[in-house]
Design a protein around this ligand. Structure first.
Ligand code: DOR
Ligand code: ZN
Length: 421
């Protein structure tokens, strides 16, 4: 017997249709006009599959004054995100089994949304990485809690391939960053100190690696999109590189790696995104405390975004700047598909995560009302469309804009049917 039925206007096969979706053990089991179930929810507004944010830094364990898994995952759910993939640059980086399982144990029972965990590849640790890692992060240039890896030895690449790890690259070339190092007092200086050329060098290096299913995350410049059709990797971009630029007077709030670029670059990137040239929008949610962000030169790099990513992108759809199909592919469907997660599709056998939204109800983001531990945001005042209801595996997680108290988030590998075989 179907446990749960959810009725409403679902986005299905390219348009909104009146449907009832049956859920059994958290998995979509029926898609019909009508059906009976023990529990029935009728939902207003448009309904889409819950989103996966493939790039967040929840800092837990180790730096929980910046964020922790419960505040970060709560913020995710408020923004329609039902799954997060958490980065490994914790204060003690996730470089081996012990660190991985310590982190997994520390998080257990504390997350409002489902999650996968990355491990950090440091060059020689292929043998000691947990097979449960959702992917490996590779920093080609140094950033918070991580040093850059200039190149990856061929025997290590072969080893990683044998083990079947997915690779996600932070694409800034360390050698190029070294050459451009300088004092930074403004976002324009920060851009000069980590110029687009460093990203291009690293992207070209990734393209040269004979390795399947690679991802380059948070690209910030047009050169990184050159030859993309012939390159076998996936490109992720962030809302901040699509919507913010160094001329907006954001100061340390806008300091991030890779840096915000010129207005021209930002507008070109947004146009390329709307034209379908970018595969995924991930947030690179990277919280810091107010003290961390004090003064420009020594301010830490990173911008929060797990709660605002999807709402900002939906506002672009509402305004006609981004086609609905592009939003659907880059925010809903591709992110889990790229990591072998059976979410992001209204299809029998997929996990029953959904959010509902009224596109007519655009709001201004108010940083004081976001749910991260340090909620200051360069998107304060930006237009956004926030979800009203969120379901995770068929259970309500957000109701009429209010988070329910159950911390029902699970580690992805522990959810039957959530990973591709
Ligand atoms: O700005 C950034 N902040 N870029 C990164 O690569 C890391 C991140 C962080 O963890 O703070
Ligand atoms: Zn990051």
């Amino acid at each position: 017997m179907t446990d749960v039925a959810i009725s409403g206007r679902f986005y299905y096969q390219g348009r909104f249709r009146d449907l009832t979706v049956g859920v059994t053990n958290g998995i979509i089991s029926e898609i019909k006009k009508n059906l009976k179930a023990q529990v029935h929810y009728s939902v207003e507004g448009g309904i889409l599959p819950g989103s996966t944010d493939t790039h967040v830094h929840f800092r837990d364990p180790g730096e929980t004054a910046k964020e922790d898994f419960s505040t970060g995952s709560a913020a995710a759910v408020y923004g329609g995100t039902t799954t997060v993939l958490d980065m490994p640059n914790n204060r003690l980086p996730i470089v081996d089994y012990d660190r991985f399982y310590d982190k997994k144990a520390a998080i257990r029972g504390r997350s409002y949304c489902d999650y996968g965990l990355y491990s950090l590849f440091t060059g020689g640790n292929a043998q000691v990485l947990s097979k449960e890692s959702i992917a490996l992060k590779i920093y080609l240039g140094g950033s918070t809690n991580s040093t850059g890896l200039a190149s990856i030895p061929q025997d290590q690449i072969s080893k990683l391939r044998e083990e079947g790890f997915r690779l996600v690259f932070h694409a800034e070339s360390d050698e190029c960053l070294d050459r451009n190092r300088r004092e930074v007092h403004s976002l324009a200086d920060h851009d000069l100190s980590r110029p687009e050329a460093c990203e291009k060098m690293a992207v070209d290096y990734v393209a040269s690696l004979k390795y399947p299913d690679k991802t380059v995350t948070h690209i910030s410049s047009m050169a990184s999109l050159a030859d993309i059709k012939s390159r076998d990797f996936k490109i992720e971009a962030t809302p901040h590189h699509l919507l913010l630029n160094e001329a907006m007077g954001l100061g340390p709030k806008g300091k991030v790696n890779p840096p915000l670029r010129s207005k021209d670059t930002q507008l070109s990137l947004l146009e390329a995104y709307a034209g379908g040239r970018i595969d995924v929008v991930s947030s690179d949610h990277a919280p810091h405390t107010e003290e961390d962000k004090d003064g420009f030169e020594y301010a830490k790099s990173g911008i929060i975004g797990v709660e605002t990513r999807l709402p900002l992108m939906l506002a672009l759809v509402k305004k006609g700047i981004v086609p609905m199909e592009v939003f659907y592919r880059t925010v809903i469907e591709n992110p889990p598909a790229n990591f072998g997660i059976k979410k992001g599709k209204l299809e029998i056998g997929y996990v029953a995560d959904f959010f509902s939204v009224k596109l007519s109800e655009m709001q201004k983001i108010n940083e004081n009302r976001l749910h991260s531990k340090n909620s200051f945001s360069p998107f304060d005042g930006f237009d956004a469309v926030f979800p009203e209801n969120v379901f995770i595996r068929g259970s309500p997680a957000l109701e009429n804009g209010e988070l329910l108290s159950d911390r029902q988030g699970l580690f992805l590998n522990d959810i039957k049917g959530a990973r591709n075989a």
